[in-house]
Design a protein around this ligand. Structure first.
Ligand SMILES: NC(=O)c1ccc[n+]([C@@H]2O[C@H](COP(=O)([O-])OP(=O)(O)OC[C@H]3O[C@@H](n4cnc5c(N)ncnc54)[C@H](O)[C@@H]3O)[C@@H](O)[C@H]2O)c1
Length: 338
């Protein structure tokens, strides 16, 4: 029986991870520690609380609050801390870069200090392929765990800084860390500022999907359940001090995403329109995931076509989940969420 402290568990991947973990490990407990920023949405866990509420605890807190993180760890004695908490939206990082460095780097350091001071068995940090920078559209190059960090945006740089801090906590303080650097995730419960839920919710409301002009930009897409399985394996079998790339090898550009959504929803091209690109928009990331595949036996289990269609249909069937988040997104844009 283990206790897992999940930070950022009210967000997209964290909430899917909590559902995955409590559904698989029937004696384990989860402590969800989340600040509930605009991206944190507790209704994403309503079904989990209904089914597994006796093994689930929520604590509202900032990973940058050392005292509260320490008190939470002392009270619940987690075996694992899995850090999903982050500012995660590249476009917002251009408006408020300081918030990204505060949470994604300084916050991570405070959380690790608490983990060090309570001697947790493993601190796992969730990171991104974006720390490596971007690739030309026509190259054969891929990012391995040995590729240098060459972040190009404030979000990328704040995550790269966080990853480097995690490595130094292992080297300097002996904190038993692992890191996973994952490609783009898709699946249910993603805040509708991100491309797949944004396009789905626009089209479902009869509005046009706005594509950036350089829409040949490609992303590598992994179903969130396959990401959860990778984290599970790393926690149970991963080597302390190591980082693991996690990707599917399936690349789709934004035009392909838009066309895929229109296909599933049975809509035509009139639902697409084009706008100028944002500054410093990364072109392409592609991970070499052979390390986790060869060492831990991980591989994606969700077929892209099936997972993508199921995701689009989930947004179609769950308007009650995303509708309140559209007004929240507008409030964030008006500066009402700090
Ligand atoms: N979404 C992707 O495609 C993707 C891909 C690779 C890596 N990642 C990484 O995975 C992690 C989770 O991403 P996501 O898409 O679920 O993000 P998200 O924005 O949906 O959720 C982030 C969660 O963190 C919480 N949070 C933010 N600041 C906090 C703080 N200071 N203290 C405590 N909680 C805080 C928010 O309330 C929210 O619940 C991030 O570290 C992100 O960099 C995401």
């Amino acid at each position: 029986m283990s206790t897992v402290m999940v930070t950022g568990g009210a967000g997209f991947i964290g909430s899917n991870f909590i559902r995955y973990w409590l559904g698989k490990y029937l004696d384990d407990r989860i402590v969800n520690y989340d600040l509930l920023t605009y991206a944190g949405y507790l209704p994403s866990l309503d079904d989990v609380v209904a089914r597994h509420g006796d093994r689930y605890t929520f604590v509202k807190g900032d990973i940058g609050d050392y005292d509260l993180a320490l008190a939470t760890m002392k009270e619940h004695e987690p075996d694992f801390v899995v850090n999903f908490a982050a500012e995660s939206h590249n476009s917002r990082a251009i408006l408020h870069p300081e918030a990204f460095f505060q949470t994604n780097c300084v916050g991570v350091v405070q959380l690790m200090k608490a983990a060090r001071d309570t001697e947790v068995w493993r601190f796992h940090h969730i990171s991104t392929c974006e720390v490596y920078g971007d690739l030309a559209l026509d190259t054969d190059e891929v990012f391995t765990e040995e590729s240098p960090f060459e972040p190009k945006t404030p979000y990328n740089a704040s995550k790269a800084a966080g990853d480097m801090a995690v490595e130094t906590f292992h080297l300097t303080f002996g904190l038993p860390v692992t890191i996973s650097n994952c490609s783009n995730n898709y699946g249910p419960y993603q805040f509708p500022e991100k491309v797949i839920p944004r396009f789905c919710t626009l089209a479902l409301q009869g509005e046009k999907m706005t594509l950036y002009k350089t829409s040949q930009n490609k992303r590598e897409w992994l179903h969130v359940d396959d990401h959860c399985r990778a984290i599970d394996l790393i926690l149970k079998q991963g080597k302390v001090g190591e980082m693991y790339n996690v990707g599917s090898g399936i690349e789709v550009d934004v035009e392909g995403i838009a066309d895929g959504i229109l296909g599933v929803l049975g809509l035509d091209d009139s639902y697409k329109t084009y706008v100028p690109d944002r500054p410093s928009h990364d072109r392409r990331y592609l991970l070499d995931s052979n390390k986790i595949r060869n060492e831990l036996g991980w591989s994606p289990e969700v077929d892209y076509g099936e997972g993508f269609a199921a995701t689009v249909n989930w947004y179609k069937e769950n308007e009650a989940w995303w509708q309140p988040l559209l007004s929240r997104a507008a409030e964030v844009d008006e500066g009402k969420w700090g």
